[in-house]
Design a binder for this molecule. Structure first.
Ligand code: HEM
Length: 306
């Protein structure tokens, strides 16, 4: 596990930054072939130190390069039981991170210029850390601390990073990215103890409730309650645009299995019971990406044939 420290994009394990942008690129409609894509990724690579910029490659881009990443697939249909879980396949994700929004704009522009004209920015979400407390975790916009039960230290590496698969794969990670839009009016209309029951935690001191209902969020997603256990490294951040706001839910895993098990249960696919989160928020996007490993401080893209 020690070797792993050199092999992954460090932003995956670092705590969330003060501000970030999730920039989703798509392929241009013309003039795109395998050579052009490879050249664009070569130009992008020096800008990606894995901390200021973390990248993820979507399944369709892996295919366009004639490559294969074990277990990477498109976001499946998990809707049902009255809730919608949209799948919005992505090509290239750049998670641009920092502590100054102006700097992020300029870094985003450099990224955009590097991959142009092969890739064009299709969607950008600006995100931020909210109410960072002594615990080192920020809060969701509902005021609940987010990230408390994340695995830590070696357990975080174990949950989030590929290991034992050989060079070019070890240190890589699979990420699920899902934008949720909060209905803060609906949330505000709930009494405070009902809000706690939604999450299964007390907002005042972040303690888990002993008697939370089966539909409470932390009951649905309790990582040890899955078989096999479904540990995730969540690195979600609040976002807002005009008067809309919510959470960019981001979960890194050594595969996509843990996220998928969690999401299916939240959507009622296991037992027909849907997670309380759907009553105060809804997902409007959902995509999977593979985050390549690093070697000697640079992206290691050999699995993609680069
Ligand atoms: C609007 C969307 C969401 C919000 C606001 C939210 C917020 C929270 C909060 C406040 C906690 C409790 C503290 C913590 O342990 O972090 C939590 C726990 C957790 N959430 Fe979410 N979450 C959302 C969506 C999701 C989704 C989509 C998944 C996975 C599919 C997920 C998986 C988890 C897991 C695994 C835990 C820890 C459970 C445990 O083992 O105790 N969350 N979430």
């Amino acid at each position: 596990m020690k070797e792993m420290t050199k092999l992954y994009q460090p932003g995956i394990l670092e705590s969330v930054p003060a501000v970030a942008r999730y920039v989703r690129f798509k392929l241009a409609e013309t003039g795109v072939d395998e050579r052009a894509i490879k050249d664009a990724l070569h130009r992008l690579s020096p800008l990606v130190n894995g901390s200021d910029v973390v990248i993820g490659i979507g399944p369709s881009l892996v295919r366009a390069l004639g490559a294969g990443i074990p277990g990477l697939h498109e976001f499946p249909d998990m809707s049902g039981h009255g809730v919608n879980v949209p799948a919005t396949p992505g090509t290239l994700l750049c998670w641009v991170r920092g502590d100054d929004l102006g700097d992020l704009l300029h870094l985003t522009r450099r990224v955009q210029q590097a991959v142009a004209p092969v890739f064009v920015a299709a969607h950008v979400v600006d995100a931020f850390r909210h109410a960072l407390g002594a615990s080192g975790h920020g809060k969701d916009l509902t005021g609940y601390e987010d990230g408390t039960e994340n695995p830590k230290g070696e357990a975080a590496e174990e949950a989030a990073l590929v290991h034992g698969q050989g060079e070019g794969l070890d240190g890589s990670s699979y990420v699920a990215v899902q934008q949720w839009v909060h209905d803060l009016d609906a949330f505000d209309a709930l009494a405070s103890d009902e809000q706690d029951r939604h999450f299964g935690r007390r907002r005042s001191d972040n303690e888990e409730l002993d008697d939370s209902p089966t539909w409470a969020h932390v009951k649905r997603t309790a990582q040890e309650s899955f078989d096999p256990p479904a540990f995730l490294l969540r690195r979600s951040m609040p976002w807002m645009m005009s008067m809309q706001a919510g959470l960019m839910f981001v979960a890194f895993g050594k595969s996509l299995q843990a996220f998928e098990a969690q999401m299916r249960r939240m959507a009622g696919r296991d037992d027909g019971i849907t997670d309380a989160m759907f009553r105060i928020s809804k997902p409007v996007s959902g995509a999977y990406f593979w985050c390549p490993p690093m070697k000697d401080g640079r992206l290691d893209l050999r699995q993609l044939g680069l």
